[in-house]
Design a protein around this ligand. Structure first.
Ligand code: ATP
Ligand code: ZN
Length: 222
């Protein structure tokens, strides 16, 4: 992949909630993407850039390490990475206006709630342990974080934890699981992110051009 060093490398989610809109944004910016996304990488024919289709969780690492100079990822994933790895070798260039959601504390719809003091030392299940711990520490709350990689909304029913912190957009999933939102910990949307490290002149120019085109696309949507 890194054989032709004059090309820019852009990491986007291979499949999932951000995949289609990430591709659409790049297409709207004038990049001719090949269809068929089974490949892990795709060469862009009309622009000196290559796409890498990856798990969203890997995008912060790729961008921080400079393996990909640009990426599109949820700010929630970036924040969790920054707290977990203590690595901030990335810079958010622009929010992108899609993938909006919030990391929310929730509990059984039937449960009593007067405020954060009600957490006490209770267990909270989440896939974002570092964001949740950071939130708790700042407020000197002694609750325990239980890390789950999926199906977090089942935790209360399974007796794993009475509280969860999960990404919510419409709230339909919470409701379907008999849960209700209590507090918002983090508001998120997809962002354009670049590596912090300096680029050679050719790549920096390519990046400037692409960022300008993306800015143009976003401006028409305001
Ligand atoms: P991958 O296979 O790439 O690891 P994933 O299953 O971890 O994907 P998705 O569910 O596709 O991730 O979500 C990707 C991103 O979409 C989230 O990190 C978040 O920024 C955003 N998002 C927007 N709305 C929601 C929502 N309701 N629930 C979860 N994520 C959401
Ligand atoms: Zn993921």
């Amino acid at each position: 992949m890194r054989t032709d060093d004059s090309r820019l490398h852009i990491a986007i989610q291979k499949s999932g909630r951000l995949a289609e809109q990430s591709r659409r944004l790049l297409r709207d910016a004038g990049l001719r993407l090949q269809e068929g996304k089974n490949a892990l990488t795709a060469r862009i024919e009309n622009f000196p850039a290559d796409l890498m289709y990856v798990r969203d969780d890997d995008i912060p690492t790729f961008v921080a390490d400079g393996v990909c100079e640009l990426g599109i990822v949820g700010s929630n994933v970036l924040r969790e990475f920054e707290l977990a790895e203590r690595d901030s070798r990335y810079e958010i260039l622009s929010p992108l206006g899609f993938g909006r959601c919030a990391l929310k504390l929730a509990a059984a719809a039937t449960s009593d709630w007067h405020g954060l003091a009600d957490l006490g030392e209770a267990r909270i299940a989440t896939s974002y342990p570092h964001i949740v711990r950071d939130f708790l520490e700042q407020r000197q709350i002694a609750a325990t974080v239980v890390t789950m990689n999926g199906a977090v909304e089942l935790a209360p029913r399974l007796g794993i934890a009475p509280f969860i912190c999960d990404l919510v957009s419409t709230g339909a999933t919470l409701e379907a699981n008999g849960l209700r939102p209590l507090e918002t910990l983090f508001e998120s949307e997809a962002v354009l992110v670049r590596t912090r490290g300096a680029l050679d002149e050719a790549r920096q120019e390519t990046m400037n051009g692409l960022v300008r085109r993306i800015g143009g696309v976003l401006a028409t949507k305001e």
